[in-house]
Each structure stands twice: as structure tokens, then as C-alpha cells.
Ligand binder design. Structure first.
Ligand code: BDR
Ligand code: CA
Length: 311
């Protein structure tokens, strides 16, 4: 099994990613670290605990991390995810406690305790917690096996500004530190995740599952879909964040290239842009596997099969 830490700002699509990970025997979730992003931290950490509890996994610790980006004011996305960040279904207040250890310290301690190269980080929100851990404890950087993140966009350009994707835009300085860290990166940008669109049949099948997680997933994706339908006129909700977990389990469902990706932090119009050298026109060395396409049917078959295993 692969050991992972999920760093997240739930978020309906984050929630589906967490459920997929918890349902997958290939993965051992060492902990979930919450960060401010889609909504402020007091909501994301509660949402993370609600999701873990929905999955019946009281053994998975949830830690709260950074409340604000490294150098900037927090930008949130209630317009996409609703007031709570997890609108769509009302879940009970969680009974599992928030861990007292700060998420950044949890990331540092976990990487120091486990053998070098055995822990994968899966950030599916702004990169503030990860960059802060790297800055505070640079000794952990070479200990990370890999970072598999959702963020960025190149051919699909932006979803929060014309040039930038939300997770990178919220904390570009953090993203820059992570992309320059030397840790092997797998990047799931909008180019790939906009292909991960739910279909009516799939959502109906989730709603019909005889468990509690299936109907919750259906309600979340229905809520989330509204935004994309109104904004882009597209059918289906893009399940961005679950693509990271799916890549870990079934990398053959994805295709991309090893290329150089730099983060713009100074641009007048382009701050937060992931400048991806797809055609390798610069001599900057590759630092990321940048995913461009995915197998939609394969992805949703995997998701459906795993969510059916949950309580
Ligand atoms: C990313 O931003 C958030 O709104 C989603 O949860 C996802 O992580 C997509 O741009
Ligand atoms: Ca997210």
C-alpha cells in the first residue's frame, strides 16, 4: 500500500477524493490536513471531519493548518461550493475531534517518522500547508516520495482569473515553492479535470446505492454541477480533486508529459498561472508530469465501484 497525506479545503470534489482514498485498499491515509481555500479554515476542517465520519473512519486523524496564504489575502470560492463549502447535503456536526497538532507539524513529524521515500503528499487545495512545512523543515523535502496535486491549467486557461486556476491562484508563492522543491510532481490541471465530468447516469447510480456515501456523493455533485452549467453551459460536474487519488491507484487512466512548469507570481494579469512548457521550447528542466487527458469511463467506473464499498 502507498502511504498518503491528503491536504485539502473541502469542497464537494475534495470530499469525493477523500471518500475514494478511504475506500481504496491500495492506499493508507495517514492523516487529513485542512487548509483555507474554498472556504475559510474553520469550515474546511469541520468539513474534513464530517467526511471522515461519513465514511465511518474515526481512525483517520484530521489536523487544521494555515488560515491564510503565505503573502496574500485569502480568496474563497463560495460561488462554486456554497456557504459551507460542502453544500448539497446537510451532515451532522462531527463527533470525531480535531487533532491538537497543527497540520504543518503533522506533515513534518509524519515525514520524519516514516522511512525516506515512503510518504506521498496529495494536495487538493491551495499549497500553503505544504510550502510552510517545507520552509520550516527543509530536511523533510527529500523524504517525500512524490506530490500528486490538483492545480493549474494551461490549454484550458483559468477558472478564477483568465490565466489562473483556483488552487494555484490563492497562494502562488506557496505553489512556486512546491514546484521548485525538487520533489517529483504529478500535476492534475484543469486540462485533465475538465474531462472528469459526471454523467446523469453515473449520478443516478450513486444516488441509488444502498449506503449513505453514494447518495451524499450524488447530492454534492448535483450542487457543484449547477455552477458549471450556469457558467460554462456544460453538462456534469468536474470531479477535479478525485483525479489525484485515481492517478495513484490507476495511472494508466491518464496521459501527460514530463515538462517544466513554472508559477507566475508577478504578472499584472497572470499571477497564479502555471506556465507549462508543453512543447519543450525552453531549456528549463522538467519538474512535473503534467497530465493532459484522462479516460473518463475508466475513472467513473473506478469511482463508482469504490464508493459502493463504503458505509
Ligand atoms: C480546484 O478548486 C477548488 O474549487 C476545487 O475543490 C479544486 O480543488 C479546482 O480549480
Ligand atoms: Ca479542492
Amino acid at each position: 500500500t502507498q502511504k498518503i497525506i491528503i491536504d485539502t479545503d473541502p469542497g464537494q470534489d475534495d470530499a469525493v477524493a477523500i471518500l475514494l482514498a478511504l475506500a481504496s485498499p491500495e492506499l493508507e491515509v495517514l492523516g487529513i490536513t485542512a487548509v483555507a481555500g474554498n472556504v475559510p479554515l474553520p469550515l474546511t476542517e469541520v468539513n474534513a471531519r464530517k467526511i471522515v465520519e461519513l465514511a465511518g473512519r474515526h481512525d483517520v486523524p484530521v489536523h487544521a493548518g494555515c488560515e491564510v496564504p503565505i503573502k496574500r489575502k485569502l480568496v474563497t470560492a463560495e460561488h462554486v461550493h456554497g456557504k459551507t463549502g460542502l453544500d448539497g447535503i446537510e451532515l451532522p456536526a462531527p463527533s470525531i475531534p480535531l487533532q491538537s497538532l497543527h497540520a504543518v507539524d503533522f506533515i513534518i513529524e509524519t515525514l520524519r517518522q516514516h522511512p525516506e521515500g515512503s510518504v506521498t503528499l496529495v494536495p487538493i487545495g491551495p499549497l500553503t500547508n505544504i510550502a510552510t512545512a517545507f520552509e520550516r523543515a527543509p530536511d523533510i523535502i527529500p523524504r517525500v516520495k512524490r506530490i500528486v496535486l490538483m492545480g493549474g491549467a494551461y490549454f484550458e486557461v483559468g477558472n478564477i482569473t483568465p490565466a489562473a486556476e483556483f488552487n494555484i491562484y490563492v497562494d502562488p508563492e506557496a505553489a512556486q515553492a512546491v514546484f521548485a522543491s525538487g520533489v517529483p510532481l504529478v500535476v492534475l490541471p484543469l486540462d485533465a479535470t475538465h474531462e472528469a465530468l459526471t454523467s446523469r447516469d453515473w449520478v443516478d447510480a450513486m444516488r441509488a446505492l444502498p449506503n449513505r456515501c453514494g447518495p451524499a456523493v450524488a447530492s454534492w455533485t448535483d450542487f457543484f454541477e449547477r455552477f458549471d452549467r450556469e457558467k460554462y453551459g456544460s453538462e456534469g460536474a468536474p470531479l477535479h480533486d478525485p483525479c489525484t487519488i485515481a492517478w495513484l491507484i490507476r495511472p494508466e487512466l491518464f496521459e501527460g508529459r514530463e515538462i517544466n512548469v513554472e508559477i507566475e507570481t508577478q504578472g499584472e494579469f497572470t499571477t497564479g498561472m502555471t506556465v507549462a512548457d508543453w512543447w519543450r521550447v525552453s531549456d528549463r528542466p522538467a519538474n512535473a508530469l503534467f497530465i493532459r487527458h484522462l479516460d473518463r469511463d475508466g475513472l467513473f467506473a473506478l469511482l463508482g465501484e469504490r464508493i459502493a464499498q463504503l458505509p
